[in-house]
Structures are given as C-alpha cells and as structure tokens.
Design a protein around this ligand. Structure first.
Ligand code: GLA
Length: 687
C-alpha cells in the first residue's frame, strides 16, 4: 500500500525510498508534515499533529500548508487566489474528504461559507520514487467564482538557507544552470511567452550543500507547455515554500455553477544522492512514464539535417548529393529543414503555405523521398505549424486568424505572426493540412519548430484570462491529432532551439532540439544543464562545421546525446568524409549506452574545463570526455555505477585493458586525452 490514512487525519504516501506526510489539524487545515527518506513508523506524525498549537486562520504564514490560499493573514506566495461574486477574496476551508483509490489520493478542501471546493490530487508512483500533484477547483455555488491563480503544487521544506536550482539563458545559450541561495524574499522563474522559455524552466530543485554525488535534494517538474511560474520563497518562519503551476500573469478563470478547472500535473521527487541521483531518477521516470511508448525503447537514428549546409537555399539535386554522402557515412535519417515549401526563399515569406515548392522540386518531393528511401535512410521534414508570414497565401486568405489587437499594428518576431490557436477552426485547418502532407508523402519524421513568442493575448472565445492556457491546449491538440493519425512518424520538438523543452512536450514528442548553438564548448554547458531534468536520448546533437576545431572533437561533444550530422558533406574531401563515417560508426557502437544508460556526470565543464560523462547499462558502458583548455587535464578517473565483482574490457585512451568493476571505481582509469581540445570515447564491455 503506497497510500495509508491513519485515524482519518494523517496521510502517508510511500514510494520505494521516500515518504510524504500530511495531516488534518484540529480546525481542519491540511498541514504539510514531511517529505524525505522513508520513515519507520507513520504513526509518529500523529503525535506531531496533536502538538500543533497555531490554529488557522491566526497562524498565517507560520503554518506550513499543503495548499495555501491568499487572504486570511497569508502574505506569502500561495497556491490560490480567488474572488467570490460578493467580492470576498479568501478561501476558508476545512478538509471535507480523504479518498484513496489505489495509487491515487484526493483530499477535498471545502470552503466553510461558499459552495466552492479545491480537490488536491496525488498520484504515487512507488517504483519510480515520484509523486504527482495537481489541483482541481470545483464551484457548486449559485454564484460564479473567479480564479486568478491555481497552482499545481506547494511544498514547504523545513529550515533556512536553501539553494534553489533552475535554468536561465537566451537563444543560443539555453539551460544555463542557476543555483542560488534563498535566504530571504523569493526567487521567481516564470514564462509569460505563451510557451516554455529560454530563460527559465518549469522545473526546480532545492537542497542545502548538494553536490553531484551527495546530499538531500527535493525536485519537481511541471507537465505543461504554456506559461508557468515557479516560486521559492524563504518564509521567515523557517521554511522554504516552493510553489509551481500555470503562471497567473494575465490568468483568470471564471467558474459558473457546476464548472471545474484542473491544473496540469507537477511531478515531485526526493533523492539522497545529490543532483546525479536526481537526474537518474527523473530520466528513468521520463523513459518509463512519459515518453510516447511506441518509440521509447527504439534507438534514435543517426540523422543528417541539411539546415547548416544549405539554409533556405534548398535545391533538389544538391539535397540528393548530400543524401548520397550521408548514406555512405552511415546516416539513417535524412532531414530537410526550413525552405522546402511555399515561397520560402528566406524567413520573410511562406510560413503557412505548406505545399511543396514546385521550382525547388520540379519532380515533386516524392522524387527526393524515393531517392532517400532507396539509399536505405528514413526521410524527415521541418515544419512550423503555429506561425504565418504576412507574406503568405494563408495570411492573405485569413488575416483574422492571427492574434491581433484592434487598434494596434501587430508585432512580428522573425517576420512572422502567431496563429490564434484558441480558435478551433485554425487548429482544424492545421490538422487537415499536415495530415494531408503526411498522407501524401512517405515522410517518416517531422521536426516541429516554433520561432516566436506570443505578444498579443486575445482569446476570440472572449475568455482572455485563459488565452495562454487555451493556446497551449490548441498546440497540444494539434500535435496529438497528428501523432494519432500517423503513428509511424517520429516527431522532434524545437523552438528556435530549446524554448519548448518541458515534460508535456516530452509526453508527445520523441526528441528535442535543445539549442541552435552547436559550438562544442558552449554546447557542453547547455547539455549539462539540460541533462539535469531531461534524458540524453531526448537531446539531439549534431556535429556542424567549424574549421577552427578538430572534427573528432566536435563530433564527440555531439555524441553526448542523440547524434546527428549537420556539416556540409558536399564541401568535404574524401578523407573528411571518411572521418565522418568513422565517427558515425563509433557512435553506433556506444549508442545503446548513451541513449538507454544511466548518466553519471563525473566532471563538469564548469570546473576546470573538462567534462566527463559516463553512461551505464548492464552490458555496455561508455565514457565521453571533453577537454577544453587544460593541458594536463586529469589522472585516472574513478568510474561509477559498475558492478564491483564484474570484469570489464576497457578500450579508450587507457589502451585496451581488462579490469574489475571495483578497480575501475576505486583506482580508476585514464579516460581523457592529453591534448588541448581533445575529446575521447572509452568503451567498457562487461565480459
Ligand atoms: C530555428 C531552428 C533551427 C532551424 C531554423 C530554420 O532557428 O531552431 O534549427 O530549423 O529555425 O528556420
């Protein structure tokens, strides 16, 4: 039993290694009592409940609640803001019901004076050490109630001076780790772009003195691809209150009698093994519970994408020549990026017109697709569904289909407008157009891009307070419809790089493009931040051209994720093409470990210019080391995650050796090269 209720007032959620306790106090308030390592006796918390003196509402911010609401002497960041029809702005509740159904728990908080309730929804995943949280507001009153905030989760962590982790960044510099001490006030990470952002993540972690390998760390990830807000507040009564959910910026939802509104889910976890333990736990959860099941156990192909080679200048014969060379190099999937459709000569025209450009493909796209298939590769295409250029047939036919204000000139970003995804006919049109494209062509793979954020926030249904939510729901409906109609097609999510990387997108797409920046050193930093919450398999990474750096160096940085090639193969000599072939072959050898193994970040680029990552599966492990500026980077490096008694064949900068797991983890081996700007792969096979 992973959910136990004692005396109808103490609730204990248990997973393989964690416990989570909450209890109803003498006036019916739901107190957060504990989240951490497994406890021996749940009953111990009954005693704590009986000792609680501060009773609501006078306790105010002193009270560490499971779910707090604004008003009633609460000044901290709360989970709920509402307004009843008579302008009352607080929620005075008592726990009305505790309901357990298998691994699901619902705790109903009912207002004392209004027919309004909030249901707190918990899902326990015992094997994964994960607890899901969401909230559902239900109005049974005659009068309407307006919600101006409803978050998915709230977690008070006892004590002061926590370090709080999120990401910052911008285009080309996504996922920059940001770990800051919160000793007073609050730290807010938010997106109001209409989607996930470059500059924040809907994920968080908190702890004190956490390292890569040790320390207690609490963490969460919101399964949502729209505006979000994550707040860590140091409440002066010695706890860090973490709240997360759909951003309340511009948000309002009016519930009439009988209506309900449910938040997205926030997934929570706890590890005693530092950030490394956190990442491995989340990667396992993401693989088993979130990724689309059809492809999660299939390795991702080595892809070739011609964007960096030809940009908008797509010419069929040139693409064929690229495909010929890619196939010879061992590439398994050939992708044409932007520039194949409409009048798309540059980024000022064509978005919205998803027909094959007849000048670029005089014999049709099928001609190229057949060629690619004939070479034994799959074929992929780039699209950007939610956008339209002013210079497009779609916009000329439907100027009212974009977000726009009546008396303002509409803002453009990368010369494009944002389609109004809150309008059902817009989403229906896009479903039809892309359904036709996928039905009429042998397309195996779609790279789905999104290159501007929302500016005008106007919902045609008249519910402007829900425009960002409805927009995200429109995008989700479109993506799910295309997946359902074309289960054989793989989907990659991209948004000018990594601006749509989140757990909701992960549940629909098979992979992400984390950044447009392919500089190997920059990329190591981006990939490191990315790997905190997202698995390596979801991290597409291509080697691209940069004559200043050795090809193997660039290629091996890209091997840290799902490898691809973006170089201009048509401009390469035979010797250079041979180098590409050798690196593709090397990647295929370590692919099972990289895409399906447990990740150990042995060394971070942030500390001394050396990154060493180890990927471990039972039979095969791989270590990828990247040396930036250090001349004599490391001595032997101790590996992790191996079986002490097993014997391994190790092949890499240390030569070829046969060593025990205990030796490899205790004494270690040389896994780095000694040159400046070298990157090495060590392959470790269990004998
Ligand atoms: C965005 C993407 C790139 C590429 C271009 C094409 O910037 O992130 O990978 O697809 O658009 O216009």
């Amino acid at each position: 039993m992973s959910i136990r209720v004692f005396e109808n007032r103490l609730i204990l959620l248990e997973t393989a290694h964690t416990a989570y306790a909450m209890g109803v106090d003498a006036v019916g308030v739901l107190r957060h009592l504990y989240y951490g390592a497994k406890v021996a006796r749940g009953e111990d918390f009954l005693d704590e409940l009986d000792r609680i003196q501060d009773l609501w509402p006078n306790g105010g911010d002193r009270v560490a609640e499971e779910f707090s609401a604004a008003g009633c002497l609460r000044n901290k960041e709360t989970s709920l803001r509402l307004r009843y029809a008579d302008r009352t702005r607080d929620f005075r509740y008592a726990v009305e019901k505790i309901d357990v159904q298998g691994e699901r728990l619902t705790v109903t908080l009912k207002d004392a004076d209004y027919g309004f309730a909030v249901e707190l929804l918990y899902t326990v995943l015992p094997e994964h050490d994960i607890i899901g949280r969401a909230a559902r507001a239900v109005n049974l009153d005659e009068e309407a109630v307006e919600l101006t905030r409803l978050f998915s989760m709230e977690l008070p962590l006892p004590g002061d001076d926590y370090e709080f982790l999120n990401m910052t960044g911008h285009w080309g510099a996504e996922h920059q780790l940001c770990i800051e001490r919160v000793s007073g006030g609050k730290k807010v990470y938010e997106s109001v772009h209409g989607t996930t952002a470059f500059d924040a993540q809907p994920n968080w972690a908190a702890g004190r003195g956490v390292t890569e390998t040790a320390g207690e760390v609490w963490f969460g990830a919101l399964q949502w691809t729209g505006n979000f807000k994550v707040v860590a507040e140091s409440v002066p009564y010695h706890y860090l209150n973490v709240t997360a959910g759909v951003s309340d910026a511009g948000f309002s939802r009016t519930l009439r009698r009988g209506e309900a509104y449910e938040t997205p889910v926030a997934w929570l976890g706890f590890s005693r093994e530092g950030y490394g333990g956190m990442s491995r736990l989340l990667h396992r959860f993401a693989h088993d519970c979130l990724m689309p099941a059809a492809r999660r156990d299939e390795p991702l192909e080595v892809l070739y994408n011609s964007w960096y080679a030809t940009e908008f200048d797509v010419v069929c014969e040139e693409q064929e020549r690229l495909a010929d060379k890619a196939a010879k190099a061992g590439v398994e999937l050939f992708v044409i990026d932007d520039g194949w459709f409409g009048q798309r000569a540059n980024d000022r025209a064509g978005l919205g017109d998803w027909y094959v450009n007849p000048e670029k493909f005089p014999q049709g796209l099928a001609h190229l697709i057949d060629h690619v298939h004939g070479l034994g590769m799959r074929f992929g295409l780039w699209i950007e569904p939610e956008m339209v250029n002013p210079d497009s047939d779609l916009f000329r036919a439907h100027p009212d289909w974009i977000y726009a204000y009546p008396r303002r000139e509409t803002v453009t970003g990368r010369n494009q407008y944002c389609l109004n995804m809150t309008r059902p006919e817009v989403v229906d049109h896009l479903i039809e157009v892309f359904d036709r494209l996928l039905t009429e062509h042998g397309i195996d793979y779609i790279k789905w891009d999104m290159n501007r954020f929302m500016a005008e926030a106007l919902d045609d249904g008249g519910e402007d307070g829900m425009v960002y939510v409805h927009h995200a729901q429109g995008v989700i409906r479109l993506a799910r419809a295309l997946r359902e109609r074309h289960p054989e097609v793989s989907f990659e999510a991209c948004a000018g790089g990594g601006a749509r990387v989140n757990y909701e997108t992960m549940s629909i797409f098979d992979q992400f493009w984390p950044s447009d920046n392919t500089d190997p050193i920059d990329r190591c930093r981006i990939q490191e931040g990315y790997s905190y919450f997202y698995p390596a398999k979801y991290m597409r990474a291509w080697v691209t051209d940069d004559p200043r750096l050795p090809f193997t160096f660039r290629a091996r940085c890209a091997m840290c994720g799902s490898f691809g090639v973006g170089s201009n193969l048509n401009a390469m000599s035979d010797a250079e093409l041979e180098e590409v072939r050798a690196e593709v072959a090397l990647y295929k050898r370590i692919r099972p470990a990289v895409q399906f193994g447990e990740l150990y970040r042995l060394r971070s680029m942030r500390e001394g210019g050396v990154q060493i990552w180890q990927y471990v599966t039972e039979k095969l492990s791989a270590v990828i080391s990247v040396v930036d500026h250090t001349l004599d980077p490391t001595g032997p490096v101790r590996l992790q995650g191996l079986e002490p008694d097993a014997i391994y064949r190790v092949e890499g900068p240390c030569g070829t050796r046969t060593l025990s797991g205990a030796y490899l983890m205790g004494q270690g081996v040389q896994v780095t090269g000694s040159r400046h700007l070298s990157a090495e792969v060590t392959v470790i096979e269990k004998l």
